[in-house]
Unconditional design. Structure first.
Length: 144
């Protein structure tokens, strides 16, 4: 049984490091991690944290209204493809609705674009490069 719960920024760091920062010399701590409006979600299986994601209030000129940026979306390799990322995003959308948020956006790695599309995100604009990580698309999902 998988449980999705709010967690602290510090709790996200080990999975961010393992899944998103292996051989990538970029920080695993993000601007906004400790802001009051930021929230972090974790997926637990039998009390073991197996996936994380973070949601930060961040305006993007391409969208309007109350906006959040999704960052640090990662499921431990052995648990990928089991519906856990989807569950976390469903919970995030519920929380964002309660916060009257209009848009959730992210910079999606090419390899994850189809995952986000399945969760109702669309790409915006041209693909672009982020040093050390590779090509990305900006993606967004309308919440309200
Ligand atoms: C991308 C990632 C977060 C997805 O999480 P997950 O827990 O594996 O995803 P889920 O199992 O909930 O997938 C939900 C659906 O998307 C599909 N899916 C998952 N990852 C996919 C991918 N990379 N490409 C295409 N489809 C994908 C699943 O097959 C599933 O499809 P279904 O609903 O038809 O069964 C995870 O694979 C991951 O951590 N990848 C490495 C890090 C990464 O790239 N993070 C994103 C940075 S922008």
């Amino acid at each position: 049984m998988i449980q999705i719960k709010e967690i602290s920024a510090q709790e996200t760091f080990p999975i961010r490091l393992e899944v998103l920062r292996k051989n990538i010399p970029l920080p695993f701590e993000f601007n906004g991690d400790f802001d009051d409006e930021t929230f972090h979600l974790g997926a637990f299986k039998n009390d073991k944290l197996i996936a994380v994601s973070s949601y930060m209030k961040a305006d993007n000129k391409n969208f309007s209204g109350n906006q959040y940026q999704l960052r640090g979306m990662a499921t431990l390799t052995e648990y990928q493809g089991l519906g856990i990322g989807k569950l976390m995003l469903q919970e995030a959308v519920q929380i964002l609705k309660e916060k009257n948020s209009n848009f959730l956006w992210c910079n999606a790695r090419i390899a994850a674009v189809d995952f986000y599309k399945k969760q109702g995100f669309q790409t915006f604009g041209e693909k672009f490069e982020i040093s050390y990580v590779g090509e990305h698309y900006m993606m967004f999902k309308k919440i309200k």
